[in-house]
Design a protein around this ligand. Sequence first.
Ligand SMILES: Cc1cc2nc3c(=O)[nH]c(=O)nc-3n(C[C@H](O)[C@H](O)[C@H](O)COP(=O)(O)OP(=O)(O)OC[C@H]3O[C@@H](n4cnc5c(N)ncnc54)[C@H](O)[C@@H]3O)c2cc1C
Ligand SMILES: *[C@@H]1O[C@H](CO)[C@@H](O)[C@H](O)[C@H]1NC(C)=O
Ligand SMILES: *[C@@H]1O[C@H](CO)[C@@H](O)[C@H](O)[C@H]1NC(C)=O
Ligand SMILES: *[C@@H]1O[C@H](CO)[C@@H](O)[C@H](O)[C@H]1NC(C)=O
Length: 485
Amino acid sequence: MSTYSIFILISFLFGFSSGIEEGATMAAYDTIVVGLGAAGATAAGTLARGGRRVLALEAAARAGGRVRTERCGDGVVELGAEWIHGQFPSRVYDLAIQNNVTVRPQDLTFDIYRSDGARTDCELLNELMMYCLDVMEGLSDKPESLGDLITRKLKEYLQKNRPEVLKNQEFVDNFLDFMNLVVNNYEASNDWKDVSALSAYEELRGHQHMSWHKHGYKTFFEILLNTYNNGPGLPTLDIKFNTEVTNIRWPRDGTGDVVVTCRGGEQYTAPNVIVTVSLGVLKERHSTLFTPPLPQEKITAIDLISMGLIGKIILTFDNVFFSQSVLFYWTVDDKKRLPADDKWMLDISGATAPSGCNNTLTLWTGGDGAKLIETLPEDVVKRKVVELLQMFMGANVTVPQPTGMMRSTWYTNPFTRGSYTYDNLLMPQHPHIRETLASPLLDTAGTPRVLFAGEATDNTHFSTVHGASDSGYREAVRLLPASKI
Ligand SMILES: Cc1cc2nc3c(=O)[nH]c(=O)nc-3n(C[C@H](O)[C@H](O)[C@H](O)COP(=O)(O)OP(=O)(O)OC[C@H]3O[C@@H](n4cnc5c(N)ncnc54)[C@H](O)[C@@H]3O)c2cc1C
Ligand SMILES: *[C@@H]1O[C@H](CO)[C@@H](O)[C@H](O)[C@H]1NC(C)=O
Ligand SMILES: *[C@@H]1O[C@H](CO)[C@@H](O)[C@H](O)[C@H]1NC(C)=O
Ligand SMILES: *[C@@H]1O[C@H](CO)[C@@H](O)[C@H](O)[C@H]1NC(C)=O
C-alpha cells in the first residue's frame, strides 16, 4: 500500500475533515468558483482555458444566474438580462461575434399610453420624457439624487420653453411620478431620490440594446463553458449544479487550503476560491458564509451598496394586438380610483415585445410593487395585468386572454435577492467602496485566498452582464501567470 492510499484510508477512518487539515497538497482543484452566473462562468472558463483545474459550485440547476432564458413556443424569452448594453469594448458582444452568433439591435422607442386610454398630451409627455432621459444620461456636478436633479432641470426647461405647463402643478407632479417610475426601471431603485446623480457608471459605445433574440442570452454561457454547438465543455472544469455553498473556511495564517462546505455537508478544498454570489446574497448571509468572518471594511461595503429590484411578467397570446414598446402613464384620477390592494399595478412601468418570441409581451415591474408581485397568486396577477393592458392599450381593441404567463422571482430567489446594484446617495462619499467589495482576502503571506467577483464589484459597469463578466475575468487573471492569459 502506498503512502498515498494509507493517507486516504486514514482520512476515511478518521473522518473527512481530519484529512483536510494535513491535506494541503491533496486538493484536486486549483480554484473553486462559487456561482455560475456571468462572473463565475467567465472566471471558471478563463482559468480552465489557462490549464487550471477548476470546480464550479452552483446552487441552481443551471448556469446563468441572473440571465435566464426560457423556451417560449418556437422561440425563447428572457426572465433576467435581455440586452447587451453597448458593443465597444464588450466581452459579451465580442464572444457573440467571434462565434458567429448574430445579435441584433432592437429598436426601443417607447410610445406613452395613458390609463384613461386617451391619446391626448402624448406628444408633450414624449417631449418631456426625452428631455428627462437626456438629463439622466448627462453627468451632474452636484452630489444630489437623480430625482432632485431631474425635477430641477425639468422645471428650468418648462420655465424656458413651456411656462403654461409649469403653472399646472398637478400635471407637473404627476409627470414627475411617471418619470420616477421610468428611472426606477433603469436603475432598479425603489425611488429616484435614493439614486445618486454622481455615479462612476460608464456606458459602452455602440448600440445599447443588442438582442440575442432567438438564440437567447443562454448562448453566452454555452460559449463561455464551451458547450455551444455541442461543444465538449472544458476538460479541467468540473461543474456541480444544485450545490449550495454554506460556508467558506479560509486559512488566514497561510497553512492549508480553503475548505468549502455545501448544504449536504460535502466539502471541497482548493488553495483559493472565487465568490461570485450577488450582493443580495452577501447582505443576507455573509456572517455565516465566511469563517473567519469578513473584515469590517468588507462588511461596510456589503451593507452600504444598494441592491435593487426590477422584474418581468411575460405574457403569451394567440395573436398580436400591439406593435411597439409602451410606457404607462397614470392619470391622477385613475391613480386615486385604484383600490389599495391593486396599488402594485402602479409599479408596472411599461411593456416591450421580446425579440426572441412572437406574440409575447414583457411587462416591466420595479420597486416594492415588484417584490409583492412575486408573491401574489398566479390568477390574480394574470387577471389584473389583462385589466391593466385593457385600460392602457385597449381603446380600440379587446385585449385577448393570454395563453401563458411567466414571471421573474429575483427577490424571492434566495440565490439572488434582487436584480442588480445601483449607486445610492452614500456612494459619492465612498468612491472606492466597490473596489473594497472586490478586494481579495489575503493570508499572512499575502496570497489571495478568497476572491470576489460579480456585477456589484465592477466600479464602472456594475448592473450589467458585461460588467459581471469583466469582474470574473479580472479575478481569474489575478490567479493566472501572465503567460496563460
Ligand atoms: C430582470 C433583469 C433584467 C436585466 N437586464 C439586463 C440587461 O438587459 N443587460 C445587462 O447587461 N444586464 C441586465 N441585468 C443585470 C445582469 O443580469 C446581472 O448584472 C448579471 O447577470 C449578474 O451576474 P453575476 O455573475 O454577477 O451574478 P449572478 O448572475 O447572480 O450569479 C451568481 C450565481 O451564484 C449562485 N449562488 C448564489 N448563492 C450561492 C450559494 N450559496 N452557493 C452556490 N451558488 C450560489 C446563483 O445561483 C447565481 O447563479 C438584468 C437583471 C435582471 C434581474
Ligand atoms: C416570428 O414571426 C416571423 C414572421 O411572422 C418569423 O419569420 C419568425 O421566424 C418568427 N420568430 C420566432 C422566434 O418564432
Ligand atoms: C465563423 O465564420 C468564419 C467565416 O465563415 C469562420 O472562418 C470561423 O471559423 C467561424 N467561427 C466559428 C467559431 O464558428
Ligand atoms: C383609437 O382609434 C382612434 C380612431 O382611429 C384614434 O384616434 C385613437 O388614437 C386610437 N386610440 C389608441 C389608444 O390607439
